[in-house]
Design a protein around this ligand. Structure first.
Ligand SMILES: [Mg+2]
Length: 455
């Protein structure tokens, strides 16, 4: 899918030139001639990247950049500031305004394409994470990757077999970060990528094939998501482009401008951390979706899903699946006598004992209230009853600490066991017969296990 680029410049000839270059590389191009127009187009056309001129009438690039980066709709669109050659103040001001990168006029084809490729790739990952969020998993608000202000020092692996060059890069990075040179990393065991935030990879290495190494980093579990900043010579443009295709995140050209190096490293580290946070939140939200908040056991939704899978297998001739329902005896009395906080303590302690005493492979769930279900795959009825009896003894055999250990309580449970039978056993039948068995156990005086065959 081709990316959409918004080109903003007040001079028509400049817009035309960039448009021609980008169209030639099959990008879709939209244009604007000043900052205000750029805001309008960005809000309505959703470009994947914005090339933003600095000097413009009505509203200049800095102001537009700041507004774009402050609005929720547009803050995730990467912005490349296009500045006059050698205008360092403008570059820095652009970065302060939140720009993701900069290009200098006249815009060099290679620099243009490499920046756009690098930034659209990042946006693609972001969009993917965002769409997963939008598909129903709330992950809450994450601070945008604010490109202003200082960042926590990062651990950066500098890969260059030319020791002198490597040291010089290390020296620059040391001002803000904790660089590790490749030669040191080998002996420290950091070469595998553990604990590393960013890899700086020199393309002119002789001792190894840098492109092969780049591909290797991108294929390994530990290093796959690490950003790689390529250091290239001007005559290595082709190789640098290839590195981007292999998954490198950004390129810096020799001779290295130390300020540019610092800025690019900062940007990459920030993005990596932002993506890490996104991924972590997604993992947490997925866990949240299947976990009972109070006890940490699986919730009813997950229980039904798992039961469905195991029953389908059992009905198709696979091994039987058993369940037991465990219900805390006289739980209402606990709540009425001691209050709901103590009730919660009892539920949590019970959940703990349940977790500790089920077999690996069993799935302990909280069905709701004081009712718990354990799913036991590949388990015939007699084994399930034995497991239920073991848990009953673990509960009745020892007091429950309550009121944060200041007091203790005698707790017992009743359990109803049921096992899938035949070819058409439904979840409903299985749970209903376990429920009837539980009723039998309550009726017979509580603190015991009863079982029934599913109808
Ligand atoms: Mg201008």
């Amino acid at each position: 899918m081709s990316s959409r680029v918004l080109v903003v410049d007040d001079i028509l000839a400049n817009r035309k030139l960039l448009q021609a270059k980008l169209s030639h590389e099959y990008f879709q191009v939209v244009t604007a001639s000043n900052g205000e127009e750029a805001l309008e187009v960005a809000r309505t056309q959703h470009p994947d990247i914005i090339l933003l001129d600095v000097m413009m009438p009505v509203m200049d690039g800095f102001e537009a950049c700041e507004i774009l980066k402050s609005e929720q709709r547009t803050q995730h669109i990467p912005i490349v500031m296009v500045t006059a050659l050698g205008d360092r103040d403008h570059r820095l001001k652009g970065l302060m305004a939140g720009a993701d990168d900069f290009l200098t006029k006249p815009v060099d084809d290679f620099a243009l394409m490499s920046r756009i490729r690098a930034l659209t790739k990042y946006k693609l990952v972001m969009d993917e994470l965002r769409s997963r969020e939008a598909s129903g998993r709330r992950i809450g608000v994450i601070e945008a990757d604010d490109s202003r202000g200082p960042i926590e020092p990062a651990r950066i692996l500098v890969v260059d077999d030319n020791e002198r060059q490597a040291r010089r890069i290390g020296l620059t990075l040391k001002q803000e970060h904790r660089p590790v040179l490749w030669s040191e990393a080998q002996s420290e065991g950091a070469a595998g990528g553990a604990g590393i935030d960013l890899i700086v990879l020199s393309l002119d290495a002789k001792a190894f094939d840098p492109l092969r190494l780049c591909a290797h980093f991108k294929s390994q579990q530990i290093t796959r998501d690490l950003p790689i900043l390529i250091v290239a010579d001007f005559e290595d443009e082709g190789k640098a482009m290839r590195a981007l295709e292999l998954g490198a995140s950004d390129i810096i050209m020799r001779p290295i401008d130390t300020e540019e190096l610092s800025a690019r490293v900062r940007t990459q580290v920030r993005k990596k951390r932002y993506l890490d946070t996104m991924r972590r939140r997604l993992d947490e939200s997925m866990e949240l979706a299947i976990t009972d908040q109070l006890t940490g056991l699986f919730n009813r939704r997950h229980m039904m899903k798992q039961l469905d899978q195991f029953l389908q297998r059992a009905n198709a001739g696979g091994p039987p699946v058993s369940v037991f329902i465990a219900d805390i005896d006289h739980f209402k009395r606990v709540n009425d006598t001691y209050g709901h906080d103590v009730g919660d303590e009892v539920l949590q302690e019970f959940a703990e004992r349940m977790r500790e005493n089920v077999r690996p492979g069993d799935i302990p769930c909280r069905q709701g209230g004081e009712e718990f279900v354990v799913i036991m795959p590949n388990t015939p009825g007699d084994m399930a009853s034995a497991a239920a009896e073991r848990l009953r003894r673990k509960v009745a055999g020892d007091f429950f600490p309550i009121e944060r250990g200041k007091n203790r309580l005698d707790v017992t449970i009743s359990l109803g066991v049921s096992t899938s039978s035949g070819e058409n056993c439904t979840i409903d039948e299985l749970l209903k017969s376990a429920d009837q068995a539980l009723y039998d156990a309550k009726h017979a005086g509580r603190n015991q296990v009863k079982s029934r065959q599913a109808a």
